[in-house]
Design a protein around this ligand. Sequence first.
Ligand code: ATP
Ligand code: MG
Length: 656
Amino acid sequence: MSEAETKLYQPAEDVKKTAYVAGMEAYQALVAEAEADYEGYWGRLAKELVSWKQPFTQVLDSSNAPFFKWFADGKLNASYNCLDRNVEAGKGDKTAIIFEADGGEVTKVTYSELLERTCRLANALRAQGVKKGDRVVIYIAMGIDGVVAMQACARIGATHSVVFGGFSAQSLRDRIEDTGAKLVITADYQVRGGKQLPLKGIVDEALTLGGCEAVTKVLVVKRTGAQVNMTEGRDVWMDDALAGQEATCEPEWVEAEHPLFLLYTSGSTGKPKGVQHSTGGYLLHAMLTTKWTFDLKDDDVFWCTADIGWVTGHTYITYGPLALGGTEIVFEGVPTYPDAGRFWKMIQDHKVTVFYTAPTAIRSLIKAAESNEAVHPKSYDLSSLRILGSVGEPINPAAWEWYHQHVGGSRCPIVDTFWQTETGGHMITPLPGATPLVPGSCTLPFPGIQAAVVDETGKEVPWGQGGILVVKKPWPSMIRTIWGDPERFKKSYYPEDFKGQLYLAGDGAIRDAKTGYFTITGRIDDVLNVSGHRMGTMEIESALVGCTELVAEAAVVGRPDDTTGEAICAFVVLKRPRPTGDEAKAIAKQLRDWVGKEIGPIAKPKDIRFGDNLPKTRSGKIMRRLLRSVAKGEAVTQDTSTLENPAILDQLGQAY
Ligand code: ATP
Ligand code: MG
């Protein structure tokens, strides 16, 4: 470990003083409680946090493992838990959502208003023939309408599947077909970064591609009012569908295992999987992690910058913060419009106290801030912040330090939350008032989560040794199955190699030899073997980004090599314009020497390729399988329609 990684940051006294989980003793006590009586622990929390229409009598049913059931005979409704319950508790006039549109207009909705809007849409969906168990695809931009659409589905027991508004017609079609959705909720257009982008037009195209015959209705929200085609008998303007609908709607009380939603993984590693989540167990963990990881209090202003098209937007926008009666920001736009100070300005304007974003956003904002003072966080008043969070990819120590110092004013703890679409909520994460922090480490499992690092046979490896990240016991918000493909579920997550006993996360990890802290080393298929030395790609990426003078972003993959077995290939975005020719050669040499010094000569990349940017999925994750093809010099055959910036593939063709 480099020096930066061994530096410990103790929890700030003021955060610790009032935290739900205050100090490591409190954390350890919860861990011990779960260890002593696993079901008792989760049962206690499920009773304390979730409102049940019919209480459960059994916590965990493992009779058909790995298809675990939680709280199976309990009945509840997720939308009741998020909305009615808060109104009944006297929070009707409290602001639930502060929405900021791309252009800066701000709209606030209270819990009462959100409940009314949800009920109207729930009634409208019922009027369109949507029943419990039907699937509804939501293809819409960030906004109150999206949250209302999800809540309305939950209210009537329809299973929603949100498809991120940046996906192509083909990707949308694939998802609609796979879910067998009956109805699609969309908008005419979306506005991002000052541009109007079609939504309804893409739905039309998707539906003509075939395979979506189950769709009988498309509800269209008017966002910009620009021209769209409406197909008679199928397409209905949202306003017309809502007209005359009552503002109250009896919730459909569903079994705890009822599928609340299907969500497709981002597809960084292969064909996206339709992850099926439950209602009861999912909601419990959404609430519990929002409460403990973000220490969410009644007067906090919470901002999760994720899109509702990703699981982060489900758990930490639509369900967790609302079920706790919090106030949250929903943002339509992008971090760089009208300039790269947008996030900092919004934190200042809305006095955000808890801020949760992704390393990819932080890295790009660092790059912008370093070349333009005006968009540097120091040009804004960020003193309202008390807790910062990170999710989606490993955050390298250099970006962590910048986030801590410049955004958090060196006073806010950073919760580096490791989790997945499949896990429903945080799995390994610091708790802000308890866990001493180490930049680049997601620290310790959330209380009750039994994470471990094992070898290929499933045996736990000693601390200090890298291996495969697994979870030893089922947990309430875990994936229930892959929609329509239970065999793939078993093979992917409970493989025979581990006798079907361990949940395989698909990521590699290493625990610190002294503290037992976890560091994610990258996807397991990203482990490199160079002349017999095994190395995580993440370590090399971190070293490259640690060269803060030069490097803004880096991705590392392996390619076959005759002499070393595998060769390291690095893709680098510099803080200065992309170099070519002799300049590129000189910088490549400088970077090799740097990595050699940081990690060791064995880790020096053989090829270095420079781009203005890296190929990313729409959720901002680096497309590693694509980079592997580029590194090998193969033609790229993967679907690049989900790429944010296909043009840069050409630049990356040249290796130095
Ligand atoms: P697919 O499964 O289709 O390849 P994906 O894994 O990118 O897509 P998600 O479920 O959105 O889809 O992402 C989960 C993954 O993101 C984790 O398995 C891990 O690789 C990475 N990740 C998320 N948070 C962190 C974190 N805090 N530290 C390190 N890695 C993280
Ligand atoms: Mg994954």
